[in-house]
Design a protein around this ligand. Structure first.
Ligand code: SF4
Length: 203
């Protein structure tokens, strides 16, 4: 299938975007991976340092955990164009300095990115069936007043947003303790996610 003109245009504009030049501690390098066939969109926070370097989303331990949750292997994740990745911001925002001996987390995604690009990008994806809202930033932006007071509460209310949207925690190692505290996520939400992914890829 050839790329629809709208999607081709918006992707080309996004890849050329330098709106955050001067605000980021490095040259912007937008990372986005969607196709005319995309039916499942993964919307995380922003690329991390490793993705900034590789130019491919989720080529990191977070990606390994996400693929495990989805029930897809590395090859399928990148080869099947029904899976797309478009984070809340497309450029790595940089990492906060270490504090009290602990490595700092990444800075929040630049807010202007979603405002500038998301409506146009989503409009150019007519086959969308399921959006994974990965982490609080993506949930607040996409759900607005429908988001609960915290990421945990929003994910716990996942049934309210089905079948178009599935809110999830970020698969980062930083959330390992969260996963231990909230075993219902892997017991209830992950099986639903795998079933939906199977339905989109193999039905
Ligand atoms: S984060 Fe978004 S708005 Fe900022 S430079 Fe990258 S693509 Fe442009």
């Amino acid at each position: 299938m050839t790329t629809s003109p709208d999607l081709e245009d918006v992707l080309s504009d996004i890849r050329a975007c330098r709106a955050c030049l001067g605000d980021l501690p490095h040259e912007p390098r937008p990372v986005v991976r969607v196709f005319p066939e995309t039916r499942l969109l993964i919307c995380g926070q922003a690329p991390g340092r490793r993705v900034h370097e590789s130019g491919l989303p989720f080529t990191d331990p977070s990606g390994d955990r996400l693929r495990d949750w989805m029930g897809v292997d590395y090859e399928t994740f990148y080869a099947d164009h029904r899976i797309g990745v478009a984070a809340q911001a497309f450029c790595y925002p940089g990492t906060a300095p270490q504090k009290h001996g602990r490595s700092g987390g990444d800075y929040p995604p630049p807010k202007r990115c979603a405002t500038l690009w998301r409506p146009r990008l989503l409009e150019a994806l007519p086959r969308m069936e399921l959006t994974l809202l990965v982490g609080g930033h993506a949930q607040v932006w996409a759900l607005g007043e429908r988001a609960r007071a915290s990421m945990t509460d929003t994910v716990r209310a996942w049934r309210e947003y089905a079948p178009d949207i599935l809110p999830m925690p970020h698969p980062s190692w930083r959330n390992t303790a969260w996963l231990r505290r909230n075993p219902w996520f892997e017991a209830e939400v992950v099986p639903y996610l795998r079933q939906r992914v199977r339905g989109i890829l193999y039905a």
